[in-house]
Design a protein around this ligand. Structure first.
Ligand code: YXS
Length: 259
């Protein structure tokens, strides 16, 4: 079953998340389909991609597929995991990737939004960053995605509260570039895509790569990196991490014990 719909309209690649049964969560199959579509668009030198959900989607994406998260003793966000591969594929795409958001966005999908180059949303959109709810020790590159887009106090509030940020506030704090009426979202997004397509793709390609390189230029010593990995391991080896996943699957509130 296809987890996405892929189309090209006037040299704009459009990827529509289409796994409503599991609220477009970023399971491995969904991620592989999106990466495959990006590779196909890249081979066809499509200058710009829109990543969207279906018009009637209440949830743009429910984030990482919790049922696919390792239960314990393994980093849930390591380099070759599906979510991380997807984020790099978006960052490395030859041209801009625009997230067009109708519906709620959760966890890893929020990180995906932060990794897209531009985000355009309607009033149904909201954005929740959920590691603290899931007992997950988020990873360093993921945190830089939020630090690169938001004032650090706003990024911290998103991580510490794990509460959804509604569309209007998302515009105020910079999660989204534009907030448009629901019935204008697609036309507004396509208009921007067409306008970008009239510019020099060569120049945009280099500028996007410069932004990518500079946005990752965080000096951190090997000792600090290893210390962070040690701290993170304590969390994903903990009762709290396992309890959060079990509670989600059992459809109940988790009881965190801080160990
Ligand atoms: O009961 P069935 O089998 O129909 O399945 C339900 C949900 O279990 C399933 N589902 C998910 N399955 C796997 N992974 C998910 N992330 C996920 N989210 C939902 O979809 C079916 C319908 O869900 P239901 O009944 O709850 O729908 P609803 O309309 O009542 O509520 C919609 C949501 C999105 C508010 C609710 O599903 C929800 O809160 N989902 C979890 C959102 C979330 O916290 N995602 C973060 C996942 S962890 C992650 O992304 C990172 C690792 S981190 O946490 O570090 O950022």
């Amino acid at each position: 079953m296809d987890f996405i719909k892929k189309e090209i309209i006037d040299r704009v690649g459009i990827i529509t998340l289409n796994h409503p049964k599991k609220l477009n969560c970023l399971c491995e199959k969904m991620v592989d389909s999106i990466i495959e579509a990006l590779d196909d668009f890249s081979a066809k030198k499509i200058p710009i991609v829109i990543l969207r959900a279906k018009e009637d989607a209440k949830v743009w994406s429910a984030g990482h597929d919790v049922t696919e998260m390792p239960r314990k003793m393994r980093d849930p966000l390591s380099y070759y995991d599906p979510l991380e591969k997807l984020l790099r594929a978006v960052e490395e795409y030859l041209g801009p990737v625009i997230a067009m958001v109708h519906g709620s966005v959760w966890g890893g999908a929020c990180d995906l939004i932060m990794t897209c180059d531009i985000t355009i949303a309607d009033n149904t959109a909201c954005f929740a960053m959920t590691p603290a709810k899931m007992g997950v020790p988020y990873n360093l590159t993921g945190i830089t995605h939020f630090m690169n887009r938001l004032p650090i106090n706003i990024a911290k509030e998103m991580f510490f509260t794990a509460d959804p940020v509604p569309a209007k506030r998302a515009l105020q704090v910079g999660i989204i570039n534009h907030l448009v009426p629901e019935d204008e979202l697609f036309d507004f997004t396509m208009k921007m895509a067409h306008s970008i397509n009239t510019r020099s793709l060569m120049s945009i390609e280099v500028i996007k790569e410069e932004f990518r390189i500079l946005s990752k230029a965080y000096p951190i010593s090997p000792a600090s990196f290893e210390r962070v990995q040690g701290l993170r391991r304590k969390v994903y080896d903990s009762h709290d991490y396992e309890e959060a996943i079990t509670a989600f699957i059992e459809k109940r509130q988790p009881h965190f014990e801080g160990q």
